[in-house]
Write a protein that binds this ligand. Structure first.
Ligand code: PBG
Length: 327
């Protein structure tokens, strides 16, 4: 008897394919990034990310309402202040751009889960993720500022902070600062495994955060390294991270799987700006089918083990998923 096995039996109709599908992708798995700028009525398109805008706070309320209505897992805020200085002062200012955005969005949509990225690169004049000593990023003094920023985001009402600066000890320092200020219930999503990647290019336009000199290779990881990533995850969990992230996403799904198999906490993956830009560019030329590419890629993140996916396609993908939802 040949063939003895016929896997096609379980692929023969939409109904059986639906019944045998192993991986589920739903709006709740998706987190939408938003870039917040000062001013009013501002909606600046980001040239390298069609469909993504720098938004003033009033303009961010609509995507927040939409995220809630679509059932997204949440929204993550990136602040782009008008005044940047060497110390990234806006990040710790109670009237800073992100703090004001958090208060406004929480007032408008209290049920929407609201995260804030926590890093100095959007706030420093030099564009590095920490304070400088000469041309080096000075780790330990940076920790104190990150702790203060976390507390001020917590006071503004954020639901989770997501430190992304790859400073040693950042999770522990933020945990201590939050606990010391009575925010022991506020969770930390650590960008534990963050590689020094060319895939962040378009983000740096959106966040106006390109380093003014040098690069981030003294703090972000070498894309060639796997064991080092596992060490970063172990350290962040030991310091009290509640969830961990792998970033970038598509070229690093092997690391998503490794981390998923190693830890018990939720694992997030970031479908970063360069991945988004490539899909948009090819779709604009009619070279690919954007909808199918996006849903396939996001399903691959889930198959690799990502619980949460940060993606610029979040709202759009949630709309597509709704249209596809059976009966
Ligand atoms: C801030 C930060 C970056 C991204 C998220 N948080 C940029 C960087 O490290 O240069 C990248 C996100 C993206 O490319 O979509 N440290």
């Amino acid at each position: 008897m040949f063939p003895a096995h016929r896997p096609r039996r379980l692929r023969s109709s939409p109904a059986i394919r639906r019944l045998t599908r192993e991986t589920v992708l739903a709006p709740v798995h998706l987190i939408q990034p938003l870039f917040i700028v000062p001013g009013e009525g501002v909606k600046n398109p980001v040239a390298s990310m069609p469909g993504v805008y720098q938004l003033s706070i009033d303009q961010a309320l609509e995507p927040a309402r939409q995220a809630l209505a679509l059932g997204l897992g949440g929204v993550i805020l990136f602040g782009v202040p008008s005044v940047k200085d060497a110390a990234g002062s806006d990040a710790v200012d109670p009237e800073g751009i992100v703090q004001r955005a958090i208060r406004a969005i929480k007032r408008e949509t209290p049920e929407l889960y609201l995260l804030a990225d926590l890093c100095l690169c959007e706030y420093t004049s030099h564009g590095h993720c920490g304070l400088l000593k000469g041309h080096e990023v000075d780790n330990d003094p940076t920790l104190e500022i990150l702790g203060r920023a976390a507390v001020s985001y917590a006071q503004a009402g954020v639901d989770m902070v997501a430190p992304s600066g790859m400073m040693d000890g950042m999770v522990g320092a933020i945990r201590r600062a939050l606990d010391g200020a009575g925010h022991e219930s506020l969770p930390i999503l650590s960008y534990a495994v963050k590689y020094a990647s060319a895939f962040y290019g378009p983000f740096r336009d959106a966040a106006e955060s390109a380093p003014q000199f040098g690069d981030r290779r003294s703090y972000q990881m070498d894309p060639a390294n796997r064991r080092e990533a596992l060490r970063e995850v172990d350290l962040d969990l030991a310091e009290g991270a509640d969830a961990v992230m792998v970033k970038p996403g598509l070229a690093y799904l092997d690391m998503v799987r490794e981390v998923r198999d190693r830890v018990e906490v939720p694992v997030a993956a970031y479908n970063v700006s360069g991945e988004y830009a490539m899909v948009k560019a090819a779709a604009e030329r009619g070279w690919i089918d954007e909808r199918r590419i996006v849903l396939e890629s996001l399903t691959a993140f889930r198959r690799a083990g990502a619980d949460w996916i940060l993606t610029y396609h979040a709202a759009q993908a949630a709309q597509w998923l709704r249209e596809e939802a059976p009966g």
